[in-house]
Ligand binder design. Sequence first.
Ligand code: PGA
Length: 260
Amino acid sequence: MAALRKPVIAGNWKMYKTIAEAKELAEAVVRGLDNSFGAATLILIPPFTAIQEVKRTVSGTAIAVGAQDVFWEEKGAFTGEISPLQLKEAGCDFVVIGHSERRQYFGETDETVRKKTLAALCHGLTPIVCFGETLEERESGRTLDRIKAQLELSLFTLEEADFSRVVLAYEPIWAIGTGRNATPEQAEEVQAFTRSLVASRYGKTAADYAIILYGGSVKPNNALSLAREKDVDGFLVGGASLEAESFLAIAREALRAVRD
Ligand code: PGA
């Protein structure tokens, strides 16, 4: 974590929580806030059905709300899809794009990630764009090649001004929901590499300011050591974001890493 970049802690609730449960969880997060959290950006990412309720619950606080996916068209005959305009109206400022579960189960590709990212930016949503390698790619020594290819086909097609508004999230697929987080060294290797790719594509200043999150089995007990790595600027948290206590504990650890 570098002081130059404000830590971001985003909780991806995936397909959990009814509207009533989502409200309860958001209320518990709000109750747990104190002034120290002002130094971080906290984002709650509920399922679509609960976005509006969560937005209402956190209004008046600095907590932001995000969505888990978006379609690239503004409106039209696209049954089942949600447009950036609709997300904005419901209260979102962020949207996760290219999560590995979308890639694995719903046919997301680097090309659809590119289109969704542009559409989100066009409507004033900040995209949190995910990328990461499979276990097989890691074990066969292809991690960095895979990361580079993913970024070149999606994010690095953006103009510099657009790129500067994107949050990146490195999520090794083998670490998601498995309880097996990347070690701080593994996360740092990929995240430093990612920053060097950003520097070659957009220059050093863009790289210095790029926010690169880590995601994959982040818990209160591993957050501090991960956050101490200089290129880890915060977390995209799944399972541990479903309880206010563990979500806030992770955010506290991220803030501690900035102070230390
Ligand atoms: P996890 O999920 O924290 O449950 O591993 C992370 C994610 O999917 O973003």
